[in-house]
Write a protein that binds this ligand. Structure first.
Ligand SMILES: Nc1ncnc2c1ncn2[C@@H]1O[C@H](COP(=O)(O)OP(=O)(O)O)[C@@H](O)[C@H]1O
Ligand SMILES: [Mg+2]
Length: 508
């Protein structure tokens, strides 16, 4: 009996890393990759899912503990027996004594290794240097944060004075990615100089990265915040597990569609009611964190439904069919499936949603209600429907019917409790056109290349200065100023857990 199994796909990942990453031909070194995968998975604080237990079909491979943890090996440093260490780590991770439970130990080991392989596959691209990737993933967090705080404060004051701004340091707060300095300017007229080119000069003088420094208002006179990005090695992330805990802890009962996105710049949880939005536009370049942001929205709503009886349905459209497949077993999917790249089906979905919208509006009229809230108060039990579209530009390019259908919903669906969340990597005026703009006042901008793109998304500049990796500006209505938020870093297992948790709660 082998101890651990891998699938054909897992084996492909292993051999890609061996050949392209480590330049090793011999398969005798596979254990190295398995151990890296184990370490990678242990970085995620959501437990790996039990769907990783089953390995069937062709190309399946098996390993024994000796190969994976070195169990029973001699004292040669490279191959020695790390089994006790692995067992101890997993026991702590799973809060379970795995020294006395052999079956669970092997099971967990397999889950972690297979999840780790999947994570490597997602985050390491063959063309980039594998050793650099390894260093970044495993060692960068260990480097220390620039510690000599007061020295930096002095430097900042000195740099201000160098560009002709007299500033006094007040307080400092360390956020997840930025340090926020509160500064007092005796001559507030000097703020103009700071705004017109001064921030870039400061960034240069302090040697911070190109995106540089952002200035924010405070509510005290003559006082400003300067938000200065720290090196990426010192960032902290909010995990999907924390997101789920927030939903338990901070859930405001009055929110109809509570949506957790991340933290503000000083690390406070940031959430809003999507039903107030009432539609949301999410845009940013490829790799800026849009999909992860959509998952965070879906997970918060799923988690909410496990706590309160309120009904929410999802209509999910994922033209590339990569992101939303984790949700296809949900029992609350509108038309019972996740929609992929089939145009005819998407058109049918949009028609059905429009029919539903019209039907609801007729009902409301009959009972003397003007919107879903009034209808619910009058005793109608109707679910809100959240429509999430993963790549709007793709759909718009493909079919005029689809485009018209989405615009029609954006114009009229809000009062009937149908809310759109539209994501795109192409923030241009063709995609986010007049009709959509005027009907979707709530926007999330992730990082973009150019300030003109930021203007299209937010009617405001700023997104071109974001740091990527789920750093975003959120504007919830046309009047409010954009708010900086660092997104929750959710993984696939967070979606899997949220689905499971939701499905179990529905059985009760
Ligand atoms: N909130 C976040 N925190 C940390 N890293 C993130 C976050 N969001 C995204 N990333 C990083 O950026 C990568 C791309 O994210 P993704 O959501 O797939 O981008 P997009 O959908 O915009 O192309 C992720 O694999 C992850 O490494
Ligand atoms: Mg994406």
């Amino acid at each position: 009996m082998a101890d651990i199994y891998t699938s054909k796909k897992d084996e492909e990942i292993i051999s890609r890393v061996l050949k392209k990453g480590l330049d090793i031909e011999s398969s005798g070194n596979k254990w190295k990759i398995l151990r890296i995968a184990l370490a990678k998975s242990l970085q995620i604080d959501t437990e790996p899912d039990d769907s990783l237990d089953k390995v069937s079909g062709e190309g399946k491979k098996e390993y024994n503990l000796q190969q994976v943890t070195g169990k029973g090996k001699d004292n040669d440093l490279k191959t020695q027996d790390w089994d006790t260490a692995c067992r101890a780590m997993l026991s702590i991770y799973h809060t379970q004594d795995l020294f006395s439970d052999e079956v669970s130990y092997r099971k967990f080991l397999q889950r972690h290794i297979r999840r780790g392989l999947r994570e490597i596959d997602i985050s390491w691209k063959s063309e980039s240097d594998f050793h650099a990737w390894l260093t970044h993933e495993f060692f960068s967090n260990l480097q220390s944060v620039p510690a000599v705080v007061t020295e930096y404060q002095d430097q900042l004051v000195a740099a201000c004075s160098e560009i002709g701004i007299h500033a006094e340091m007040r307080t400092e707060a360390t956020g997840p990615r930025l340090t926020r300095y509160k500064m007092y300017l005796p001559d507030i007229n000097e703020l103009d100089r700071l705004k017109r080119g001064g921030l870039e000069k400061l960034a240069n003088l302090l040697g911070v990265q190109q995106q540089g420094i952002v200035q924010e208002e405070t509510n005290e006179p003559k006082t400003i915040y300067l938000d200065i990005p720290r090196p990426r090695d010192s960032w902290t992330h909010t995990s999907g597990k924390e997101l789920r805990q927030w939903v338990e802890t901070f859930l405001p009962d009055t929110y109809k569609l509570p949506t957790w996105i991340g933290t503000d710049v000083v690390g406070q949880p940031y959430f809003f009611d999507l039903s107030d939005a009432p539609h949301l536009f999410v845009a940013g370049t490829t790799g800026s964190g849009k999909s992860i942001c959509l998952h965070a929205i879906i997970i918060s709503l799923l988690q909410r439904m496990t706590k309160t009886p309120q009904k929410i349905q999802f209509a999910l459209i994922d033209p590339k069919e990569v992101e939303f497949s984790v949700y296809d077993s949900l029992s609350n999917l509108f038309m019972n499936k996740v929609f992929g790249d089939n145009d005819a089906e998407i058109i049918k979905l949009l028609r059905t949603l429009t029919d539903e919208m019209n039907r609801r509006n007729d009902w409301f009229k009959n009972i003397g209600a003007t919107n879903i809230d009034e209808a619910i108060r009058k005793g109608k039990d109707i679910p809100r429907i959240v429509v999430v579209i993963e790549e709007l530009a793709d759909l718009f390019m493909r079919s005029k019917d689809i485009q018209d259908g989405i615009i029609r919903l954006a114009q009229k669906a809000r009062s009937s409790g149908i809310h759109l969340v539209l994501a795109t990597q192409r923030p241009d005026s063709q995609i986010f056109s007049g009709l959509l703009r005027s009907n979707i006042p709530s926007r999330i901008a992730l990082s973009v290349q150019k300030y003109t793109e930021s203007k299209i998304i937010l009617d405001d500049v700023g997104a071109e200065k974001l740091l990527g990796h789920g750093d975003m500006l959120i504007k919830l209505s046309s009047e409010s100023a954009p708010k900086r938020v660092h997104g929750v870093f959710v993984h696939r297992d967070d979606s899997i857990q949220a689905v499971k948790h939701f499905m179990n709660s529905q059985k009760k």
